[in-house]
Design a protein around this ligand. Sequence first.
Ligand SMILES: C[S@@+](CC[C@H](N)C(=O)[O-])C[C@H]1O[C@@H](n2cnc3c(N)ncnc32)[C@H](O)[C@@H]1O
Ligand SMILES: Nc1nc2[nH]cc(C(=O)O)c2c(=O)[nH]1
Ligand code: SF4
Ligand SMILES: [Mg+2]
Length: 227
Amino acid sequence: MAISSGSSSFAGKAATRVRLTEIFLSIQGEADSVGWPTVFVRLTGCPLRCSYCDTAYAFHGGEWFRIEAVLEKVASFDTRHVCVTGGEPLAQKGCLVLLQRLCDAGHQVSLETSGAMDVSTVDPRVVRVVDIKTPGSGEVARNRYENLALLRPEEQIKFVICNRADFEWACEQVRTRHLQERCMVLFSPSSGQVEAGELAQWILDARLPVRLQVQLHKYLWGDTPGR
Ligand SMILES: C[S@@+](CC[C@H](N)C(=O)[O-])C[C@H]1O[C@@H](n2cnc3c(N)ncnc32)[C@H](O)[C@@H]1O
Ligand SMILES: Nc1nc2[nH]cc(C(=O)O)c2c(=O)[nH]1
Ligand code: SF4
Ligand SMILES: [Mg+2]
């Protein structure tokens, strides 16, 4: 194809770099792959400001890396599972290429994403974990509910519950949108706001077909960045 100097040819060019906060090896603390040794790739920047965000250090800063260099670093950990997170990973164009390349390299890849971005263009080999933002997050207006119809049975929807009103709102979403028929639905307590045992009892009392998730890494290591 001829190289044009028009702006459209640049718009169509595949991204080759991502802005990165950290890459580290840890135990997956969330979602269906909880417990697996996992390499975390945390991309920088997020257009949301959830009240409870435990990763605000990824909003700014970071460094640009070539996707090739990220792949090399990931490979150096010799680990099958890779989790791409942030910040909001899908806010960067290069994320889609990175996900594709991680799959090509044979990794089992999961993506942690807010419900605020379009997830339709993510490589189908990636397991998408889509957070539906609750009223307590302060970002409920950002949810793209059209994402939910795209999820496959092995993918996941997550609600981070900040209080009893969030729980009731999330129950309503599960019931009216028949979410449990679509894929696994996770309820996670917002750390420091709701006790895991309290949320467990609410789920049991409501006879809700959802899975309780705790952030295992916080039980292991507290709220330490890079863990
Ligand atoms: C840091 S976010 C990064 C990915 C993406 N921006 C998102 O919100 O899904 C990863 C996950 O951690 C959750 N999370 C952040 N702070 C939390 C907290 N204090 N307690 C429980 N979950 C939290 C988010 O809701 C999200 O599901
Ligand atoms: N150990 C560990 N597991 C995680 N699963 C999702 C995480 C995230 O920040 O998205 C995360 C994290 O920050 N650490
Ligand atoms: S969308 Fe994710 S990274 Fe962004 S503020 Fe909310 S929890 Fe934090
Ligand atoms: Mg985290």
